[in-house]
Ligand binder design. Structure first.
Ligand code: SAM
Length: 280
């Protein structure tokens, strides 16, 4: 038995450290270690990787990542109440877990990590989308990580993997598919969490492509997509009017009918539009 297997059950850890879940921190804990093991396995072979975990809480997923053989885990947790419980896990896995107390939006983890790096997290709902967008939109590609295995509200997960023409298709799907392969690998009912959230959740696995699927300047593509979907029910000729006075001509030149709406336009066409805007 390894040191991790001898740690007390998570319910005892929560009671001992007085970790009553706080809604303001998006705290819906996973206490079933079979389930956390299953999530950790979705991230693939971790034995040669450093793993970045955001929001370890009482450490259910952290334990699973270590038990599944992660070379090292760096965990960033905002709630200082959780840090003593996480230090107990670090003591049970000597040299393999480093815990940083702080806001994941404010900490740059890269100096603490050695490639290859995988990110695995049951994300706090209030910052999950912002973190994902940051990881998907660095100016240079490939990024510092090779894969993301992330829990989201199911509705958000469906937006990440959506295809053109569907209601869920938009900025997240385009940013994800431009530079990654993304798929939903698990869905979980509210009852899997303590306390149960109002909605179902899903784990999305994203693998970074070596290069973006189509060439485009990242900032221009982001701007075009944001404008197009900001007014998703409008025709593109009016939604994108602010980009250029001759936007109708540019749309036609790249093969997008100016009367189309953003939700029908493919990634390939958005990249062509971003190239025309960037160079034009
Ligand atoms: N990983 C644990 C699990 O699966 O049981 C907890 C997941 S819970 C959904 C989200 C965790 O993120 C909480 O522990 C919360 O305190 C933490 N958190 C919330 N906002 C954060 C932030 N900005 N930076 C780092 N951690 C944060």
């Amino acid at each position: 038995m390894s040191g991790i297997d001898t740690l007390p059950p998570l319910r005892e850890v929560i009671a001992a450290h007085d970790l009553a879940p706080r809604k303001s921190l998006g705290q819906n804990f996973l206490l079933d270690l079979n389930l956390t093991a299953k999530i950790a396995r979705q991230a693939g072979d971790l034995s040669k990787c450093d793993v970045l975990e955001i929001g370890p809480g009482p450490g259910g997923l952290t334990r699973a990542l270590l038990a599944e053989g992660a070379r090292r885990v760096l965990a960033i947790e905002k709630d200082a109440r959780c840090l003593p419980a996480l230090e107990d896990i670090a003591a049970a896995a000597p040299g393999r877990l480093k815990v940083i107390g702080g806001d994941a939006l404010a900490v740059d983890p890269r100096q603490h990590l050695t490639p290859p790096i995988r990110i695995v997290a049951n994300l706090p709902y209030n910052v999950g989308t912002e973190l994902l967008v940051r990881w998907l939109t660095p100016p240079e590609w490939p990024p510092f990580w090779s894969s993301l295995t992330l829990m989201f509200q199911r509705e958000v997960a469906e937006r990440i993997v959506a295809h053109p023409g569907s209601k869920a298709y938009g900025r997240l799907a385009l940013l994800a598919s431009w530079r990654c392969d993304a798929r939903i690998v698990m869905t979980l009912p509210p009852g899997a969490f303590t306390p149960p959230p109002k909605v179902s959740s899903a784990v999305v696995h994203l693998t970074a492509l070596p290069a973006p699927r189509y060439p485009a300047d990242a900032a221009t593509l982001e701007r075009v997509i944001a404008m197009a979907f900001n007014q998703r029910r409008k025709m593109l000729r009016s939604a994108l009017k602010g980009l250029r006075p001759d936007i109708e001509d540019v749309l036609r030149a790249v093969g997008i009918p100016p009367t189309d709406r953003a939700e029908t336009v493919t990634l390939e066409k958005f990249c062509a539009l971003a190239r025309a805007i960037h160079t034009g």
